[in-house]
Design a protein around this ligand. Structure first.
Ligand code: ZN
Length: 182
């Protein structure tokens, strides 16, 4: 950020009095512009034995597969955000289950929260951020074309839990995404 969103003056980066981290500070109006991690919320929609994946029509990771997920909006719950993103990206309606994965990614200041979900019908109409939406058996999941490590983590834990019959919350911390495998 270069300019203050309150008054339009240039901002400087320094540690404010009583703080211990550098912030964007406006010396004209005194506003301290804090920047905090972003929350990504999504769903792991299931229809019978299959999981719903979406192929991305946007960067980053254009053309790769992901779970329906996106940035949480103001004034919604995490669960509401997961349902909304599933509707927007896959055109799919779901009944949400428990929170299934909670992934810290401190290198990019994000947390990713994915909920279990049941599709209400196997009908999709992908939104403009999605090339296609499709159901996959575990044996057909395109593991080498998964867009994000948090999604791969979530899917692997889901199939492990399904085999054991014991679904639970899985947490992990990932480093920043490595270069794409080619
Ligand atoms: Zn200002």
């Amino acid at each position: 950020m270069n300019f203050c969103s309150q008054c339009g003056s240039p901002v400087t980066v320094r540690v404010p009095p009583g703080d211990n981290l550098p912030r964007h500070v406006c010396d004209a109006c005194g506003t301290i512009h804090y920047q905090n991690p972003k929350v990504v919320v999504g769903a792991l929609p299931v229809w019978n034995e299959q999981v719903l994946l979406c192929r991305r029509a946007i960067e980053p990771r254009y053309g790769l597969w992901t779970l329906p997920a996106g940035f949480m909006e103001n004034n919604e719950t995490a669960a509401e955000g997961a349902v909304r993103e599933t509707q927007e990206e896959a055109g799919a309606r779901v009944e949400l289950g428990p929170m299934f994965s909670f992934v810290d990614i401190p290198g990019i200041s994000q947390i990713h929260i994915i909920f279990q979900a049941t599709l209400l019908a196997p009908d999709f109409s992908p939104g403009e951020e999605t090339l296609e939406a499709a159901l996959f058996d575990e044996s057909d999941v395109p593991w080498n074309e998964i867009a994000f490590r948090s999604v791969e983590f979530t899917l692997r834990k889901f199939f492990e839990d399904r085999r054991s019959g014991n679904y639970r919350l899985h947490t992990t911390a990932l480093e920043i995404h490595p270069p794409l495998r080619t």
